[in-house]
Design a protein around this ligand. Structure first.
Ligand code: ZN
Length: 411
């Protein structure tokens, strides 16, 4: 599937830093240590309410990481999926009396436009689950042959397949990534697409790998008969299609850590014998009016809405980068107003940059950002430079563009 247009990313003088990042398994900030190639899989949206600021904040976090890797001279391979068939999408389409394919297509288009607006570097492979149904079915069939997947019969259709989360594999253990106790896992499983109460499962937590066709449900022919993929296996299969067995970073929002990331990593370990990623990174949640911003609560602030109301996308970007990616925070209109003011003063300051070599500022910016993507710290550095009356120089203006994705010469 087509991604979106890549923004220009200028090169900057001097040496980039290898980014350090908080790893959910280790519970601390560690070096990302790419092996020559830096590979990353970031879970994409389920296209039915694109693109709220929570999404945007997550993709901007990993965009910052990718920009740091590029600056440090790594070749980057980036893959993202879109879950263009799944229960929440089908439910929304049914509610709105819309064809689910049309809804997914419209929302994916909107997402692409928003990512482009925000100058997010696109993935090298942007893959819809409907493009890999055959591959997913093959992978699930393999897991069944190896005894890691098992069947649960249903009255209305053929067998569904589930993942045995109690399987023994040195590359994965249930709970390692999320750090959650079983009780919490059961609650989250029920809330986030799982079916802990379904009879016939070996463990209530076991996630669905393959859903046999139900009347009126979308389904594809496959080695498992007609049906469609479960949610977590799609990401394991898409990552394995395009990236090494163990990637550098698997990223996504913190609401994906369980069950989605935990089980994608489990499926992947079962298929390859290797951990899915060296490092698992999660972005915090953005709230609005006292609640987490989410489709189900209907309290979404959309990037496209802000843009159509006249917001400069650079200000939206600056507002989101003003919060640390791992924190949970609440969006207010004041964030955008403040970012607008900051953008105006930065742009005025940078209007005629001095053609001077860097005086160490670019190094400070790199150092700050490479420590767990400290974008608020980087913004503070620029503010402090303005406040001190120090000039904008060509290397600094280029670094703000390359690392923060904000082109002060545009607009
Ligand atoms: Zn995923």
């Amino acid at each position: 599937m087509r991604a979106w247009t890549r923004p220009a990313v200028p090169t900057i003088p001097g040496d980039g830093r290898v980014a350090r990042l908080f790893d959910s398994i280790e519970g601390r900030v560690v070096e990302t240590r790419p092996d020559g190639i830096a590979s990353i899989y970031v879970c994409g949206i389920t296209p039915y309410d694109a693109t709220h600021l929570g999404h945007a904040a997550t993709y901007l976090a990993f965009d910052t990481l990718i920009r740091l890797w590029l600056d440090a001279g790594f070749e980057v391979r980036y893959v993202q999926n879109t879950t263009d068939v799944d229960d929440p999408l089908l439910e929304r389409a049914a509610r709105d009396g819309m064809d689910w394919r049309l809804l997914a297509e419209e929302q994916t288009d909107l997402f692409r436009a928003d990512m482009e607006r925000l100058r997010v570097i696109p993935p090298d492979h942007y893959v819809a689950v409907t493009e890999v149904v055959g591959e997913v079915a093959e992978a699930v069939a393999r897991l069944e042959r190896e005894g890691v997947a098992y069947r649960v019969g249903s009255d209305e259709a053929g067998d569904d397949l589930y993942f045995d989360s109690g399987f023994h594999n040195p590359a994965w253990q249930l709970g390692a990534e999320s750090g959650l106790d079983r009780e919490t896992m059961l609650v989250l499983s029920a809330e986030r697409g799982g079916d802990p109460d379904r009879a016939g499962k070996r463990d209530p937590l076991d996630p669905l790998l393959w859903r046999a066709e139900r009347p009126g449900d979308p389904a594809w022919d496959s080695v498992l008969g007609r049906g469609r993929p479960g949610w977590h296996i799609e990401c394991s299969v898409i990552a394995l299609e395009h990236l090494p067995a163990t990637i550098t970073v698997n990223g996504g929002g913190s609401d994906l850590v369980f069950p989605h990331h935990e089980f994608s990593a489990g499926h992947s370990a079962a298929l390859t014998g290797h951990p899915l990623a060296r490092l698992y990174a999660h972005a915090g949640m953005v709230g609005y009016r006292g609640e987490k911003m989410s489709k189900s609560l209907g309290n979404l602030v959309l990037v496209s809405r802000l843009a159509s109301d006249g917001a400069d996308p650079r200000a939206i970007r600056l507002a989101l980068l003003g919060q640390h990616y791992r924190s949970d925070w609440e969006w207010t209109d004041a964030h955008l107003t403040a970012a607008d003011g900051r953008l105006a003063s930065w742009a005025a300051w940078a209007a005629a940059p001095a053609d001077l070599p860097d005086d160490g500022f670019v190094g400070e910016l790199r150092e700050t950002l490479s420590e767990d993507l400290n974008t608020p710290g980087a913004i503070d550095l620029v503010d402090a430079r303005l406040a001190a009356g120090l000039p904008a120089t060509t290397p600094i203006v280029r670094a703000i563009d390359a690392l923060l994705g904000i082109d002060l010469m545009a607009g």
